[in-house]
Structures are given as structure tokens and as C-alpha cells.
Design a protein around this ligand. Structure first.
Ligand code: SF4
Length: 630
């Protein structure tokens, strides 16, 4: 099995202990890679005594001081060093999670210290509050401490706010990533339990965003405690000398987000009709002349939320293959030099994605998208279908008119890739709709995987290929990109299936929605393949339109049958398999910055999420974040 070896920042020529570490690190890295998606609860123990925590923190600072800070550590590298360090200390693996947090905090200490406190975000967990008597209330930003002094939150908040920090008493990395991408902060310091920090590592650390954290002493979610002097010292860490900045994707994440904001959005996708941007999110059809209405609705939906991960992939691929300067500390300067043609090509990928969401929501009759009623629920079916068609046309137009800058061959190649992806996506969606409307609900795991490879992978391929083709000829990269996209797309869709059993409070989706919506999933196919004849008949009966059971009963019985068929575990194993194949395809690409990007995407796109989705803060309200001073 070939794994991606992107030049390790782990020190090679250090004193004996570290030299030993690096050897062990390599072995551990390969071992870690093989099973990095296993359960981790046994690795999240906090060292029991302050004396032991102090000793290990000093050791982490020593090891981290020798790291090459030019680029972020991967999760595997961090874990392998943590294991080597604990072995050297004669301690077991239970502290691995805690050591990883300490190592990454030491790795970024100087960069956080060099960041103006006004550009830092301080995150506190509400479980530190005095649970019995806390008078605080909550709003969309989290908890509003009343400074009653009954717990340490008030003190920490005062220290931080006096220094100019933005302070949030909230959890959940998606909210934090939105705040970072929106450009309000450049570094994060926080207090949280190891469960929350494990997720934060996936999202924030891997993106190369400077952050430090002090783990809570337990994950009890109530009346928790922390080494308070460590937190005060962390908040007040300062240095004025310039320090080496680690490469980061934050500028590219922001650039992808900024494509759909304000003047830049209007410049890249100028309104050809008299349509006006929505006022306060509400576009009134009555105010629009009929000819301008479709453009108005389409552009409004295009700019309305989402992670913009696909345009990020296109811009990051283009950057990786043109020198990687956008990941440097002054990466934003390089990005401001990108031509509108390159930016429009990245925008077109999101435009196709938004078009497929409009049509998907109609085909699945979903009620909410981005926390708001879906287009067809708001403006009617035919209008929504038409807006989706407009977005498809716009997706092509954003590229087709750029041949003067990009060259006719480049434009033709990108349009051909987009058209190919578009038709395959429709084939996958079509296969899903035919199955859904068919009375016979038999489905083999292979059929389900074929539908996923058609439905989800083309969007990844189009995003990566467009970025690569903008950078130049892609002959030696085309097939590895296709294989990578195919496998990460399938793994992503299987994770969606597994995520469906968590529900999604933001879009008011209940757990098991795929069963109730009659969507063909790998879980269904695996269950049919593993259950005995009688159980298969029962499962098929639960999807029948005339099934007498209530929705809740049906979902609960299907879940029992899935467990009996070991469908969930098998699906997780298939995610690991497709993830490994994606990494093997990435290893065939010669460009190191491109390999690094593909590893980063595997770590972030294929995030296993076993917690319910937290409520998302609407972007436009971030301006009202407490103590904002730009
Ligand atoms: S200090 Fe703030 S968070 Fe702590 S108990 Fe009082 S109001 Fe609640």
C-alpha cells in the first residue's frame, strides 16, 4: 500500500530521544494511518495530577520547539509523535489525545502570541458554569455570562475582553470555522473537553489556523473544571517580534467565501437584468420585473450560504500547482492577483452545485435549505425548476466567456469536464429517482456504490480538474484526479448516509430521513444483502407505501434490522477502504503541494461526525459579534 509522504516536519537530526522519536514516528505513522478512524474514547484521558500535567507539558514544549513550522502537522504525524513521546515517558496510550492538544498548542504558541489580541477569538465552554445557579441566558452566539462570579468564566472573559479579544461561550467547530473564514479573526485560543478538541483539530488545525487550547479536566458536560492558571497565561501570551508563520489554507478558504459576497460577487457575476440583491434576505417577486426575476432569485440563492468547499478546492488546486504562495502568511496578497477568469471558473463549480441543490430539494421535496424554506416551497415548483436551469446556464457562462484570458483550449477542456460531470450527476440522480419510484426496493451494495460514484464524485472531479487545468496541461494528473474524486465522493456519500441517522436540527431533518424519503442507500443494500429471507421481506415491507406502522416505528425497526445486519459497521469499513484508495490515487500525483492538499481534503471532507449538527450562526449577523473592532 503506497501512502502519501509529504516531507515530514518531524525533526530528523535531533538529540537521541527525538531521533528515537522520529524512527518510531515513521512506524507509528503507518500504523496510525491503517486505523486512524477507529473509536478514540480510550485515548482521551486527562493526566490525573497537576504535577504530571506540568511535566508532560514541559516535555511537549521541548519536542514542539524542534518542529519545522513551515507547514501544519497532519493528524497522523501529531498522533505518532504523541505516542512516541508517551512511550519515552514510560506512559500508556490513554493520554494520546491530551498530548496531541498540548503539542499543537506549543506548535502554534508563538504565532498566537504574535497575533494582535483584537484579531483573536477566545472560546469558552458553557459546562464551566455553575450549573445549579448560573443566571446566564443564551442567544445565537451562545451563552451570555452575567459576570456573577460563581465560576471562572467571568474572570477569563474579563481578562480577554480587556485585551480586545472576541469572546464566545459556545462550542462546535462549524461555527468557529465560519467566524475564521469570514475574516474576523486570525487566531483562536480556547478551553474545551477532549471530545470537542478532537473535532476542532479536524477542522481548524489542519487548515493551519494558529490556535492554542487548554483541555478541561473532564468531559462531564456539567460543572467542569480546568487548570485556571494555564488558561490565564494562555490568554495573555504576547510577543511582538515577527515569527515564522505556518502555511495555511485560511486565505484560500476566505477567498472562496468572498467570491459570493458584496462587490466582488457583483463584479464576477454582473446582473444583466434589472434584478436587485435581496433586501435583508427577502426577495419579493412582486418587486421584480418578470424578465429579471429568474436572475434575481438565482443570484440570491447562489450567494445564500453553504461551506463553499468546492470553489475552495478549485482555488487551492490552482494555487498548489502554481507555486503554493496563497498558503503563505501573506497569501491574501497573492490571491488578490488572481484573474477574474480564474475566480469565475471557481465560482462556476459552486453554481452547478447550487443548481443541483435546487433540483434535489424539489425531487426530495425537502422543506428547508440553509435554515430557510426551500425555493420550491417559497416560490413554487415551476419557478424553482427554472431557477435551477438558469444556474446551470450561468455555470457554463462563467467559463465560456473567458477564452481570451484562459485560452480557447483551456476553456474547452474545462467546459468538457463540466459537461461530463453534469451528465454523470444526472445519471446518478436519475438512477436514484427510478429506484425510489419503483415498487421493487431490492438494491445490491454494488448498485448503491455505482449511484454514489455517479451522483457525488463528479462534483469533486470537476472542482479539482478545473483548478488543475487553469494551472496548465493535466495529462499526467487526469486519471489520478478522477480516481481520487471517485473514491472521496463515494466515501463522502456513505458518510452522509451514516450522518442521516443523526438528524439535522438546523434543516429540521429527523434521524432516518432517507428511509422515510425512500432514498436508496448503501445501508439499505447492505442490510438486504446480510439479512435472512424473512427479515429481508420485513425490511422491504417497511418501505412499502401501505406500511401500517408510524414513521417513528418504521425508522426504529429499520435501524434494528440495520444493526442486526451489521450494516452500519460495514458501511464505516467501506468509508475507510475508499478513503485509502483516494490517498493511493493522491500518491500518484508528483506535485507535493497538490498531494498535501488532497490529504487535507481527505481529513476534512471525510470528517466522521458522531454528534448532532449544532445550530449554525447566520453569516450576516457576525458583524454584530460582541467586541468587534476591525
Ligand atoms: S460567572 Fe457567568 S457563567 Fe459563571 S455562573 Fe455566573 S453568570 Fe454563569
Amino acid at each position: 500500500m503506497s501512502s502519501v509522504s509529504v516531507g515530514s516536519p518531524i525533526p530528523q537530526d535531533q538529540d537521541d530521544t527525538l531521533a528515537t522519536n522520529s524512527g518510531i514516528a515513521e512506524q507509528a505513522a503507518n500504523k496510525g494511518k491503517a486505523s486512524r478512524r477507529r473509536k478514540t474514547s480510550h485515548l482521551k484521558v486527562v493526566p490525573e495530577t497537576l504535577e504530571l500535567r506540568e511535566r508532560l507539558r514541559v516535555r511537549c514544549a521541548e519536542v514542539a520547539s524542534k518542529f519545522d513550522r513551515s507547514r501544519p502537522l497532519t493528524k497522523d504525524e501529531m498522533e505518532s509523535v504523541a505516542r512516541a513521546l508517551l512511550e519515552n515517558e514510560g506512559l500508556g496510550e490513554s493520554y494520546v489525545g491530551w498530548i496531541m492538544v498540548m503539542l499543537s498548542s506549543e506548535f502554534y504558541r508563538e504565532q498566537v502570541a504574535a497575533t494582535d489580541p483584537k484579531r483573536r477569538l477566545f472560546l469558552l465552554p458553557h459546562c464551566l458554569k455553575h450549573a445549579e445557579g448560573c443566571p446566564a441566558d443564551y442567544d445565537e452566539f451562545g451563552m451570555n455570562c452575567k459576570q456573577c462570579g460563581a465560576c471562572s468564566i467571568a474572570d477569563f472573559r474579563t481578562i480577554a475582553e480587556d485585551m480586545g479579544y472576541k469572546v464566545l461561550v459556545a462550542e462546535g467547530s462549524p461555527v468557529v470555522l465560519k467566524i475564521i473564514v469570514s475574516g474576523y479573526v486570525d487566531a483562536i485560543v480556547g478551553v474545551a473537553c477532549l471530545n470537542v478538541l478532537e473535532k476542532a483539530i479536524d477542522k481548524i488545525l489542519l487548515a493551519g489556523i494558529p490556535c492554542m487550547a487548554v483541555p478541561l479536566l473532564s468531559s462531564d458536560c456539567r460543572n467542569t473544571s480546568v487548570d485556571e492558571h494555564w488558561v490565564s497565561e494562555m490568554i495573555q501570551t504576547r510577543c511582538v517580534e515577527p515569527v515564522q508563520q505556518t502555511r495555511s489554507y485560511v486565505h484560500l478558504l476566505r477567498a472562496a467565501n468572498d467570491l459570493f459576497q458584496g462587490d466582488l460577487f457583483e463584479r464576477l457575476a454582473p446582473r444583466l437584468r434589472e434584478s436587485r440583491p435581496a433586501q435583508n434576505g427577502n426577495l419579493a417577486l412582486a418587486d421584480l420585473d418578470p424578465v429579471a426575476a429568474t436572475e434575481g432569485l438565482a443570484l440570491d440563492f447562489l450567494a445564500r450560504g453553504g461551506k463553499y468547499s468546492r470553489p475552495f478546492m478549485t482555488l487551492a488546486t490552482y494555487d498548489a500547482l502554481t507555486g503554493g504562495d496563497a498558503t503563505l502568511a501573506n497569501g491574501a496578497d497573492f490571491l488578490s492577483g488572481y484573474s477574474d477568469s480564474v475566480l469565475r471558473a471557481a465560482m462556476s463549480i459552486e453554481t452547478f452545485h447550487k443548481a443541483s441543490l435546487v433540483h434535489d430539494d424539489i425531487e426530495d421535496d425537502d422543506g428547508y435549505r440553509y435554515g430557510e424554506p426551500t425555493l420550491h416551497r417559497k416560490f413554487g415548483l415551476s419557478t424553482a425548476i427554472n431557477v435551477g436551469d438558469y444556474l446551470i446556464g450561468l455555470g457554463y457562462r462563467l467559463v465560456s466567456r473567458e477564452s481570451r484570458t484562459l485560452g480557447a483550449d483551456c476553456v474547452a477542456d474545462i467546459l468538457d469536464c463540466l459537461a461530463g460531470a453534469h451528465t454523470r450527476l444526472a445519471e446518478g440522480q436519475g438512477a436514484e429517482l427510478l429506484w425510489r419510484d419503483n415498487r421493487d426496493k431490492r438494491l445490491s451494495p454494488l448498485d448503491a456504490l455505482k449511484i454514489y460514484a455517479l451522483k457525488t464524485s463528479p462534483a469533486f472531479e470537476a472542482a479539482l480538474y478545473t483548478g488543475a487545468r487553469l494551472a496548465g496541461p493535466t495529462d499526467d494528473m487526469q486519471e489520478p484526479i478522477r480516481q481520487y474524486a471517485r473514491n472521496i465522493g463515494v466515501a463522502f456519500q456513505i458518510l452522509n448516509d451514516l450522518g442521516d441517522w443523526q438528524g439535522d436540527s438546523n434543516n429540521k431533518l429527523v434521524a432516518g430521513g432517507d428511509v422515510l424519503g425512500g432514498r436508496p442507500t448503501l445501508l439499505w443494500a447492505l442490510a438486504l444483502a446480510n439479512l435472512n429471507d424473512e427479515e429481508q421481506q420485513e425490511l422491504l415491507g417497511l418501505s412499502a407505501a401501505d406500511c401500517p406502522l408510524s414513521s417513528a416505528m418504521r425508522v426504529s425497526r429499520v435501524e434494528q434490522l440495520y444493526r442486526r445486519a451489521n450494516a452500519f459497521e460495514q458501511a464505516r469499513k467501506l468509508v475507510d477502504k475508499h478513503e485509502q484508495r483516494a490517498l493511493e490515487a493522491a500518491a500518484q500525483i508528483k506535485s507535493e503541494p497538490m498531494q498535501r492538499l488532497l490529504v487535507y481534503l481527505v481529513d476534512t471532507v471525510l470528517e466522521r461526525n458522531d454528534a448532532p449538527v449544532p445550530t449554525v450562526v447566520p453569516l450576516q449577523s457576525l458583524g454584530a459579534l460582541p467586541v468587534v473592532s476591525r
